[in-house]
Design a protein around this ligand. Sequence first.
Ligand code: NAP
Length: 491
Amino acid sequence: MTLSENLLLRLENPDLFAAIADAPRLPLSSGGKTFSVFNPATGELLAELPDMGVAETQVAIERAAAAQVEWAAMTARERSDTLWRWHQLIVRHTDDLAIILTAEMGKPLAEAKSEVSHAAAYLQWYAEEANRIYGETIAAPSRDRRMIVIKQPIGVVGAITPWNFPASMVARKISPALAAGCTVVLKPAEQTPLVAGAMFLLAERAGFPQGVVNLIYASEGDAVGRELCTNATVRKISFTGSTEVGRLLMRQCSDQVKKLSLELGGNAPFIVFDDADIDAAVDGAIQAKFRNAGQTCVSANRLYVQSGVHDEFAAKFTERVKTLRVGDGFDGDVAIGPLIDTHALSKISGHVSDAVERGGRILCGGHRLEGSGTFYAPTVLVGIGRDMRIAREETFGPLAPIIRFDDSDAVVREANDTIYGLAAYFYASNLSRVWRVAEALEYGMVGINTGRMSSEAAPFGGVKQSGMGREGSRHGLEDYLEMKYLCMGGI
Ligand code: NAP
């Protein structure tokens, strides 16, 4: 089992990455069961991977548990050095990792490179942060006592990642866990396991002791997920994906009161007020809406534009959208790749036809593009009503619905009227408005006069049904640490 000839030919180091199928280093699935990975732009078969199940997951969990004590006992500096070596290997192999990522996921190569750099930045950040785990001493209320708080790693972590950022999500989960002294069993999405496999091959070269990082390839995520949630050796689940699956994992973890970090779905509002810089707002909306073909959890899903600037914004924005070239991510000037699969195509088509039936008007796009890949034309819709599916559901595709509004307070209420609370954006210049709106939006992250805010230095995460916990920044490390209170008496 290996990568396809075509993909190997694109790589600088085909010999290194040809071993992706063996990256888990676990007993292969019984009966030699495999699953296929395809390029969504061309339909080309990229790889056949061993299809692992509950038995392999149990082996991986046992290995992670066996390695945990030694890994946690290492000094922070030793853990930091290993993470640092992994970071450097990822930087060195950025081009190959990006090629693998584009092949399996479809995003333009430049975006894939930027994602790999972002993944490397998390490893660097947590290599540094590993050295900054602090406890505290507390002034005791009685003379014969001393009170201290220490921080310890939670233990074995089960991590499950989605297909839309298959490299950076792996780094964002694993690096704080490892920095804290946890060991990890990770299952990437079925559609995009290859770049995770490539990163694990580099982790091996970086010198992590055996069992510290473990990879499960699986086509049946539910069986592996259930094992991770219900196996008592796993002390924490870290999941990024849909709210629906997040709820299910939460239920499965409840019997053991297992700790959870959940990065779930969003329905981001993007609000342009009358006093905004319209050209800057158009730039920001293009980034927030069309990066990764709109397949990001922080994608602008509803564009609210105040009446005074609505027509100008809609015209300028539509002109820009028309220039976005759609195609194979390996073609030089492509801005938008394919959607991940035909389900994604059906969802966006359903949102467009529902909107048009209820009176929405298409300014550009609104249809699937010819060819074998899962391409959809970048689309702008106006005349959007609150009853339409696009006003309520996450589209996860290159569709921008523009909703006209008049009242500034009402638009914030409407933006908050959702079960989600991940990211929100707004453009305005009046300082008093900027503060009021920023504070009133019920979201974990708010972009003010910017369409892009993700960074390893910032706490990424949502409120309401967009999840719990934070990834990135010093707060991301805390999510993998337990607090232990030591009370010494008889002094
Ligand atoms: P998904 O269907 O929830 O899948 C995510 C991961 O969960 C995949 O690895 C998948 O494996 C696995 N999975 C699916 N069903 C499972 C089950 N019953 N038990 C255990 N694991 C299971 O989500 P998606 O469609 O890949 O990703 C898109 C969603 O993720 C969107 O809602 C987006 O907003 C959200 N997202 C959130 C963030 C964030 O940081 N908040 C970031 C990125 C994406 P298989 O591939 O094998 O099904």
